[in-house]
Ligand binder design. Sequence first.
Ligand code: GRG
Length: 310
Amino acid sequence: MTATIAPPVTAWLAGVGRRSLASRLRAFERYFTRVLPAAGDPPARLHAAMRYAALGPGKRLRPLLALTACEAVGGRWERALPAAAAVECVHAFSLVHDDLPAMDDDDYRRGRLTTHKKFGEALGVLAGDALLALAFEELTRLAECGVPPPRVARAVRVLAEAAGSRVLVGGQVLDLEGEGRARVNGTGVREIHLRKTGGLISASLVLGGLAGGASAARLRALAGMGLELGLAFQIHDDLLNRASSLARLGKRAGTDEAREKATYPRAVGAERARAEAARLFLSALHGVELLGPRAGNLGHLIIAVAERDR
Ligand code: GRG
């Protein structure tokens, strides 16, 4: 299996006339490529593994959320580029570690071999570790973009909490504990999804808001909206996972079902899952509307997420 079956990064935004989103995505890609250590820098194989893991054809949803949240609250989106890179580094770390034999033991991710399959298990672990450290190194660069130091410190705390034992890592533990056990109910699945997916999506919006100078009330609104969006995104992903093929989704179809994973459709049925995702997407969009006219790109982005079929 090669990278050629993976959709290009922009594919999920195509055909929806969201030109400014695509241009922010391109700017992010250029920036992010420079953030990652060059593949030739020693230790070269580690850096090659980090670049493979981070620069693969993902959707870059979290960076786009950070950039569009920044502009939604009146900031220049470029100011949030370090925050966008930081959330993508944490995301990439979590995917690399999630694919390891000790966790989901996956061979394919984003339509190509997983990082540990390509570089070996030890480098898979270490590339993930280094990406997590790089996220915080990068976040401090917000100060170079003119973000006041107290806001930078707050951003570091927000991301550390989102990546830590109460949120991302904690969600992974709950998920592992639930695997193969008696069916996890809807409330249990919500808890896992909010931690594994909602926390980082919420942090992406908050970091963008911090970079853009958002008030405390707007930061709270962004955090709440992010949890709704994260939950909606994950339920939608669960539904896509049931139906999609390796070529469309970049991983094997129905893998959640096969592993008896805690998914929302499995817990409450596909119809209720669909209705819940729609309710959450609409509620997040309502929150965006309240942010005012500069939140247009964020709104477009959420609609693209809701309409995603891969
Ligand atoms: C190993 C610490 C640790 C955590 C793992 C993120 C995670 C927790 C596991 C990955 C598997 C999974 C289903 C996570 C839920 C979040 C999610 C849907 C990730 C995939 O996000 P996308 O679709 O990925 O944005 P791309 O490839 O587009 O970047």
